[in-house]
Design a protein around this ligand. Sequence first.
Ligand code: GSH
Length: 198
Amino acid sequence: MKLLVSHASPYARKCRITAIEKGIEGIEEVHVNPVDEPEKLNHINPLGKIPCLIYGEGKTLFDSPVICAYFDSIGDGPQLMAESGPKHWAMRRHEAMIDGILDSALGLVHEFRKPPEKHYDMWINRWGCAIDRSLSQLNNELDQIQGEISTAQIGLGAAIGYLNFRLSKKHWLEPYPELSAWYEEFSNRPSMRQTEPQ
Ligand SMILES: N[C@@H](CCC(=O)N[C@@H](CS)C(=O)NCC(=O)O)C(=O)O
């Protein structure tokens, strides 16, 4: 199997953490810059985004939730997503919220790469508020997330890691001491340490 990644991509990190937690070995990580190397990517994912997985006889998957679900289905490690029922939908909801934090964070990162006079303050404010509201809600719902390792925990670890890595001027977790304590402990897992963005 080949996983197309970049070292800093939080979406790719979710997949890499999941693979480690599921005990899946032999994944070749291929580093791709989606903007500069479209020839390596666009025939696999027409959206031109990483992560992408190539498995079996040239079969491909993309979008991190899909790749994580595939790894969950083939690995020997603990089940990461409840298979059905209310727990499944509650976790899918958390997964969507956490992926949305990443989408907003990426929007901010791209915006801050522009010269200040080109910043679009309305979007900066909108994305920042979306992240804050989601972190607040996840903090309030931490009792549903804590416990056994899960898809939600992995996504949350990758998302907070990304905020700390790329948007560290703001102390995102300061208002949320419980979430902060959870992250401190979770980030000590070998899967988190092995996938730290450089
Ligand atoms: N929804 C996708 C988002 C993936 C994504 O946005 N990846 C970024 C890298 S962190 C990318 O490839 N961006 C290139 C682009 O947007 O053209 C997922 O969950 O995998």
